[in-house]
Design a binder for this molecule. Structure first.
Ligand code: AGP
Length: 366
């Protein structure tokens, strides 16, 4: 119940929770980054080194934003630990008859730790002998108790229905898990060091993004009257696009669709017009040129573009330039302007920001 927690003088819990992220990320990292051996300390995993090396696959489950943060996590684990990894909505997972394998590491994500779909999926996995870790915010919650071990976010209570700080901290927890799995396999000390240093830079970089709030507010007001918005990103940018669309639709009720940028030409390009602006996630990574080509294709159809990335581009109508980290960690930072964008769009449209219609903070029913 929101009544138990102080809103810290902010007009909405959502803005408070967005603004807290330099601290909450620091808390998720505290005591877990080892700068000497360039490894992560995750004491709660309850796995010895032999077991940690034995997994051939990672399967991540969660619902809604937890699922999207799991997609970011899967990408990090594949890149840093070179273990095939993917994410699936826990709600779908439990309704099919998934093959549960002994050499797969299952990871369940939940801010509340009480989401029924996720809990039921974990119970089904356990029944079939699966090894399940939890990435959970609420200590002692049902999902945390059900899992074999895991990582607590330590992000503090999240009151606003739309998840922000828990999403970011989950992505940070996955970076730690990917570093841990990578360093007991074949991630080099040099790459380990690069990731440790990148993780340490995050809180300051988040502070820097928060100083851009006024610019983002003006952009949110400019775009908020569009009947719908498209969000696109490639590979690392795609889950960021999905989370950006989720935040916008959830609290502003503006229709938003997220697509992999590479899929536009296979259908949704037909939707592009001045009435459907696009938010494009364009990090400075190996896919930069491909993403800029996509912007050109959108522009040729008279679509307006708000680009979120590490540079400006003449292809875009507006650009939000965020600080650059290591490519694997960039999704963590790229999501934050989208939280502010959704927040200010919702405020501009007069929505009930902290308690959007039809939604509950934790979905404890089937
Ligand atoms: C996030 O903004 C949503 N309100 C929702 O998708 C949420 O992430 C989902 O219901 C999962 O909740 P949990 O993390 O508490 O399990």
């Amino acid at each position: 119940d929101a009544g138990h927690y102080d809103n810290g003088g902010y007009e909405h819990y959502l803005l408070k929770e967005i603004s807290e992220q330099p601290d909450t990320v620091a808390r998720t990292l505290r005591g877990r980054v080892d700068d000497r051996f360039h490894i992560a300390h995750l004491g709660g995993l309850n796995m010895d080194a032999r077991e940690t090396r034995s997994f051939r696959r990672v399967k991540i489950i969660g619902c809604g934003s937890a699922y999207y943060s799991g997609q970011i996590g899967a990408q990090m684990i594949e890149e840093l630990a070179r273990i095939p990894a993917d994410a699936e909505p826990a709600s779908e997972f439990r309704y099919r008859s998934p093959v549960v394998e002994a050499d797969t590491l299952y990871v369940a994500i939940s801010q509340s730790g009480e989401t029924y779909d996720t809990l039921a999926a974990v119970q089904e996995l356990k029944r079939k002998g699966g090894r399940v870790l939890g990435i959970v915010n609420t200590v002692g919650s049902a999902i945390a108790r059900e899992c074999d071990g895991g990582v607590y976010l330590h992000a503090g209570p999240e009151v606003s229905v739309a998840s922000t700080k828990a999403f970011t901290s989950t992505a940070v927890a996955f970076a730690l898990l990917a570093l841990h799995l990578g360093r007991v396999r074949d991630l080099s000390p040099a790459d380990g060091r690069r990731i440790c240093e990148g993780l340490r830079r995050l809180p300051e970089q988040i502070k820097e993004i928060l100083t851009m709030e006024e610019q983002i507010r003006e952009l949110a007001i400019k775009y908020a009257d569009a009947p719908g918005m498209m969000f696109v990103g490639r590979v690392r940018g795609y889950p960021v696009a999905r989370e950006g669309a989720q935040k916008l639709k959830e609290i502003s009720y503006v229709h938003a669709e997220a697509y992999p940028a590479s899929e536009l030409k296979h259908g949704p390009l037909a939707l592009i017009s001045p009435e459907l602006p696009t938010v494009a996630i364009v990090p400075d990574d190996e896919l930069l040129d491909k993403n800029l080509t996509t912007l050109g294709e959108i522009r040729a159809r008279h679509g307006r573009i708000l680009m979120v990335g590490h540079r400006t581009s003449e292809q875009a109508d507006d650009c939000v330039v965020v600080p650059k980290n290591e490519v694997e960690l960039d999704p963590i930072l790229l999501t934050i302007p989208l939280q502010l964008f959704a927040y200010h769009a919702a405020v501009a449209l007069g929505r009930d920001v902290d308690k959007p219609r039809n939604l509950a903070k934790s979905v404890t029913v089937e």
